[in-house]
Design a protein around this ligand. Structure first.
Ligand code: GLC
Length: 552
């Protein structure tokens, strides 16, 4: 067993830089071509050099890997392909020794269909108590051959699957991910036990998957909801998402977190557009923090970035009691990487671009590189916490044109590749510029890496002062010195409508130039810039941090 992280403060997560590890694609230690926990442990010095405060591990639990591990067959063990419980202990211990906390993913909305509960439910006849932990239902239509309702799966098609005995079960994601029934006391108890299981092993926090979907209104007749969670009523009356009852679950989880010293942290994933109700998940009596994905959904434009940041700050101020509302994310395992996404014209949805396998429009990777670096520097200068996704520190672009036969994401597979899958941001990392898997594995990598990954490899970037890796390291180190609890952001106007410029209360300033001509830099000491300054000016598509003389 490994000890808790030794030093306070308990609310370290409020301004942390958290690095998301997608273990299968991070580093492989045993040559099976799948990244694993020992591989992650072997790279902790790299993460310590990067300067991150915490790592968040996406699911490493036993899983058929239908949805990259978000189909969990056992919540209290490790998939043998990724390691053992001892590997978790060793990773936690080694991370803590380097001052890095460890967050794990909890997937409470659904299990794998290989979870013992669902196997028992499937084997039992309709009406059997073994089915009560999931949502089983008779079909509609004369002989029950139609789904019980019009609810949609996020991965395409109906959210209902029929069993040979005629009953249907609910799955908001793939059919191999049946939704749990959170009215069942066994379900509630199991997850509390699971939180304790990992907290007892020294895990510092939890990322809660699809946190807004647990409570469902299954009263008859089932109500129509054909739009997923894209546009929800703002009063908790949707039958599937963001219902008031879900908060009771998180209040009970908070009591578990408070059993520990320091209390365990949690961050909620709700994919619905951020609104006032989003912050309810972040109440100190519940999860404490909630993702705001608005930046990750923004195109490269001064007005959309400004709009997102202003809105988030205003929401945060309005919900001052929900202290963990300020979170920023530019990339994750669910969306095209921002080094490619930000190169798209604002009217092209990234999913549509992926659907064309990157053919239309063709993007300019140099534009993407500049904009991604500029966006990252802006994000890291903001108050709150920032979540990084593995590989963004290398400036990795999306791989939109993986061979069709290599693709694994159920979104693409279920829809015959009509819906854009997420494989292109999950390609294993290049650690070295040579070798068959760029140092990821001694075997054959589970998703092929393109030859174009070579110049992004960590080993070629590590000593290059101009590399994206160096920029991230410098930015994170400086941020550590400059970041402060005061969340005040003062907007400074310039004559240039393509410029976004703000000051933190300790005098730290950040200027982003979205325009096409260099922007005048106000007097001050330049601390860092995403591109070399151009005759003392901030070049187009770049960001500079600086302080004016006299600022404390
Ligand atoms: C979350 C995860 C995503 C997964 C889904 C279902 O959105 O981030 O990767 O597919 O939940 O668990």
């Amino acid at each position: 067993m490994s000890a808790s992280f030794p030093s306070a403060p308990a609310d370290w997560w409020r301004s942390a830089v958290v690095y998301q590890i997608y273990p299968r694609s991070f580093a492989d230690s045993d040559g099976d071509g799948i990244g694993d926990l020992a591989g992650a442990r072997a790279r902790l010095d790299y993460l310590a050099d990067l300067g991150v405060d915490a790592i968040w591990l996406t699911p490493f639990y036993p899983s058929p890997l239908v949805d990259g591990g978000y189909d969990v067959a056992d919540y209290q063990d490790v998939d043998p392909r990724l390691g053992t419980l001892q590997d978790v202990d060793a990773l936690v211990l080694a991370a803590h020794r380097r001052g890095i906390r460890v967050i794990v993913d909890i997937v409470p909305n659904h299990t794998s269909d290989q979870h013992p509960w669902f196997r028992a439910a499937r084997a039992a006849p309709p009406g059997d108590p073994a089915r009560r932990r999931y949502h089983f239902h008779d079909g509609s239509g004369p002989d029950g051959a139609e789904p019980p309702s019009d609810w949609r799966s996020h991965f395409g098609g109906s959210a209902w699957e029929r069993l040979p005995d005629g009953q249907w079960y609910l799955h908001l994601f793939s059919r191999e991910q049946p939704d749990l029934n959170w009215d069942d006391p066994d379900v509630r108890q199991y997850f509390q036990d699971t939180l304790r299981f990992w907290a007892d092993r020294g895990i510092d926090g939890f990322r809660v998957d699809v946190a807004h979907a647990l409570a469902k209104d299954m009263s008859e007749p089932l109500r129509s909801q054909p739009t997923l969670d894209a546009a929800l009523p703002q009063d908790g009356t949707d039958p599937l998402y963001d219902r008031d009852e879900v908060h009771e679950v998180y209040r009970s989880w908070r009591r578990v977190f408070e059993e520990y010293d320091p209390p365990r942290m949690a961050v909620a994933e709700t994919w619905a557009p951020t609104n006032d109700r989003t912050y309810l998940y972040a109440r100190p009596t519940e999860l404490g923090q909630v993702f705001d994905f608005s930046l990750l959904k923004s195109a490269w434009s001064r007005d959309s970035f400004l709009g997102v940041v202003r809105r988030a700050l205003a929401d945060h101020a309005r919900h001052a009691d929900a202290g963990g509302g300020l979170t920023w994310v530019l990339s994750s395992h669910d969306v095209p990487r921002h080094a490619s996404r930000l190169a798209l014209p604002p009217d092209v949805a990234p999913e549509d671009w992926v659907r064309t396998r990157g053919a239309s429009p063709r993007i300019d990777l140099e534009t993407g590189r500049r904009r991604a670096r500029a966006a990252t520097l802006m994000m890291l200068a903001l108050p709150g916490s920032a979540y990084l996704y593995q590989g963004e520190e290398l400036g990795l672009p999306e791989v939109p044109d993986l061979p069709l036969e290599a693709l694994q994401d159920p979104i693409g597979r279920r829809s015959d590749h009509d819906l854009p899958g997420r494989d292109g941001c999950r390609v294993p990392l290049p650690w070295t510029s040579t070798g068959p898997t760029f140092g990821f594995s001694t075997g054959r990598s589970w998703l092929p890496q393109p030859p174009s990954f070579a110049p992004y490899a960590a080993d070629v970037q590590t000593d290059d002062p101009a590399s994206t890796l160096t920029l991230y390291r410098r930015a994170i180190a400086l941020r550590k010195a400059l970041q402060e609890p005061d969340t005040t952001v003062t907007w400074l106007s310039t004559d240039d409508p393509g410029v976004l410029h703000f000051r933190r209360s300790n005098g730290w300033e950040c200027l982003v130039n979205f325009g096409t001509v260099p922007s005048e830099l106000p007097d001050g000491q330049v601390l860092l810039s995403s591109e070399p300054l151009d005759g003392g000016k901030v070049p187009p598509e770049s960001t500079a941090w600086f302080r004016r003389p006299g600022a404390e």
